[in-house]
Design a protein around this ligand. Structure first.
Ligand code: TGC
Ligand code: FAD
Length: 384
């Protein structure tokens, strides 16, 4: 029996498979045995960042400053293995590498890169990325957080909401309105006036730190500003990086749900037969396998485009829209196959399903990505 119905595995290089299998082994040994408990308790051990740093996973697709310089496909494969455990674990890695580190790597000064990137790559420091606000999510251009000049300094005021890694972060990459448009700032943890508050009572992404960041008269030196970021396009370009990881990652969650359903259906007996022998169950498993493999094919294609420097943001929207939507459908189908057992934390499917509800919303909702593609097709932006 195989789940690799399109024979995609041989398409990977030996190095791709080595990296993937190393991360899968780490996940089996150190993450999978604990994840249900972490999710139930609503915690994630902070020292995982150091472990991921040692494995070279943080900012692995970036070059220099202790980053591994891996290919986009390799980064995608790692996201898949991490999210097969839990979306919260992939979130930790993608916010660190694709949002916080990428912003500094692409838009930071030489000093900012030198100060932060090696520590972030090693997991000795944690970063977060503050774009969303309580009143501006899909429309980040409506942000209220603002920075104004006071002599050579900047003074930052405002609130960011739903920020992954926020409560842990040693440095926050914060996007704010200025007299000259949107700019990015590096705000160290100990900056007076910078506080964080955890978002509680979550039913999704429980094994992830999600925080509100508040900035009250935060005085920052002139060199806290990211010199290369000169418009809203800068944070949006970071989102493209993170969305790329997500379109691979969710296939891990989908794979875990699919495999759980196949295993369960093979051993669960009703009406004197394993439920996998019923045509209706087989139809569900086939639908899941078809979408999972199509998603992988899409991810590999987009990964190769990215490695060739030819991937466009709209193509990333295509991948994020399709793969998250299909992963969620796969999780829901798996849940039905597990019957009542599917609602517990003894199996990963409802945990994944709940997580995927967040993934459907963050990094651009399915509606936003639909409108991005709608604009590609018609030439008419329908956002406003
Ligand atoms: P618009 O006028 O279209 O664009 C402004 C400038 O940005 C450029 N641009 C992009 N560049 C790179 N990548 C992209 N994806 C880009 N999208 C737009 C654009 O070309 C333009 O450049 P220029 O040079 O002409 O100025 O901007 P808009 O305000 O109309 O917005 C368009 C829209 C709705 C697509 C955008 O606002 C959007 O993507 N909204 C969704 C917001 C979002 O995804 N937020 C995510 C926050 S971070 C997060 O969720 C982390 S989750 C944790 C985890 O990842 O694990
Ligand atoms: P809204 O923008 O208020 O949208 C609500 C609904 O309206 C959605 O269905 C949306 O698609 C729809 N809608 C909005 N505009 C339109 C339109 N023009 N046409 C049709 N429908 C529309 N943000 C960060 O900056 N950093 C992070 O690290 C981060 N981590 C997150 C972690 C978690 C667990 C979650 C849940 C969110 C996180 N976010 C983060 C925030 C996330 O990016 C936003 O939730 C997301 O962009 C959507 O914004 P919103 O929740 O304000 O929803």
């Amino acid at each position: 029996m195989t789940t690799d119905l399109l024979a995609l595995d041989p398409e990977l290089t030996v190095e791709d498979r080595l990296i993937r299998d190393t991360v899968r082994r780490f996940a089996d040994d150190h993450l999978r045995p604990h994840i249900a408990d972490w999710f139930e308790a609503g915690v994630l051990p902070r020292d995982l960042a150091g472990e991921f740093g040692k494995l070279g996973l943080l900012g692995m697709h970036l070059t220099g400053y202790g980053c591994a310089g891996s290919t986009a496909v390799q980064y995608g494969l790692v996201c898949t293995e991490l999210e097969a455990v839990d979306s919260g674990i992939r979130s930790l890695v993608s916010v660190q590498g694709s949002l916080a580190m990428y912003a500094i790597w692409r838009y930071g000064s030489a000093e900012q890169k030198q100060q932060w990137l090696p520590r972030l790559a090693g997991g000795d420091a944690i970063g977060c990325f503050g774009l969303t606000e309580p009143d501006s999510g899909s429309d980040p251009g409506g942000m209220r957080t603002h920075a104004h000049r006071d002599g050579p300094d900047w003074v930052l005021d405002g609130t960011k909401m739903w920020i992954t890694n926020g409560g842990w972060a040693d440095v926050a990459v914060v996007w704010a309105r200025t007299d000259d448009g949107v700019r990015g700032f590096l705000v160290p943890r100990d900056t007076p006036g910078f506080t964080t508050q955890e978002v509680g009572r979550k039913l999704s992404l429980r094994a992830s730190v999600t925080s509100e960041l508040t900035f009250t008269g935060c005085r920052l030196p002139a060199d806290a500003q990211l010199p290369g970021a000169t418009s809203l396009g800068a944070p949006l370009s970071c989102l493209t990086e993170a969305r790329f990881g997500i379109l691979w990652g969710v296939l891990g969650a989908a794979r875990e749900c699919f495999q759980t359903a196949v295993d369960y259906a093979g051993t669960r007996v009703q009406f004197d037969r394993p439920i996998s022998a019923f045509q209706l169950t087989q139809e569900k498993l086939v639908d899941m396998a078809v979408e999972l493999n199509k998603g992988l094919l899409l991810a590999l294609h987009l990964g190769r485009l990215k490695d060739a420097g030819a991937l466009t943001p709209a193509q990333v929207s295509f991948g994020k829209l399709n793969n998250v939507r299909e992963a969620l459908t796969i999780a829901r189908q798996a849940r039905t196959i597990l019957g009542a057992n599917g609602i517990t934390l003894d199996y990963p499917v409802l945990r994944h399903m709940n997580n995927l509800e967040s993934v459907l919303t963050y990094e651009g909702t399915s509606e936003v990505h639909t409108l991005v593609l709608g604009e590609q097709i018609t030439g008419i932006p329908a956002f406003r």
